[in-house]
Design a protein around this ligand. Sequence first.
Ligand code: ADP
Length: 182
Amino acid sequence: MLLGAPGSGKGTQGPRLAQRVGVPYLSTGDLLRREAAAGTDLGARVAPYLAEGELVPDDLTLEVVDRALAGAGAEGGFVLDGFPRTVAQADRLGDVDVVLHLALPDDVARLRLAARDEGRADDADPEVIEHRLRVYHDQTAPLLDHYAKRGTLVSVDADRPPAEVMAELDAALDAAAPRAPG
Ligand code: ADP
């Protein structure tokens, strides 16, 4: 799984890592945004939280996550981006093979998010960006300790060009979970 502040590059690195390992890439942010855009009942309930940069309540998040994990499990694993985001979610998920932490100072994250142009409403408003950073530090950063204690955490300096970050993630992944030859 990938762990890091908004703007740390999870959505850039995740799909490529998944391709390399040969498993699906699951981004809860993408899944939740897709649900909201589809205008389902669930999507309508999720949308206000996305707009505010607030965590979506667990009962709603888990509906989307369980559905995706059930599909992915059958394929022999996954790269997770955006889940778990709280210690409670981590407890529910259970063990993961390796946690890749994309470490990024907040001031760099602010600049990246303000410059990002992916049509995301939660990137457009500086107050929402600040709120997402606060939510990350308050609710998600405690997971760093949680996984460090379990020996599954690898931290990578994410304040570098994407190709350099990718190379380091590749190396970390090889060291943590060597793949069988062939
Ligand atoms: P970023 O890391 O840039 O904030 P994401 O796409 O990962 O972007 O998340 C966007 C939004 O989706 C979050 O602000 C939150 O509202 C919601 N979200 C994503 N994952 C979760 C989760 N595991 N639990 C609750 N809400 C989530």
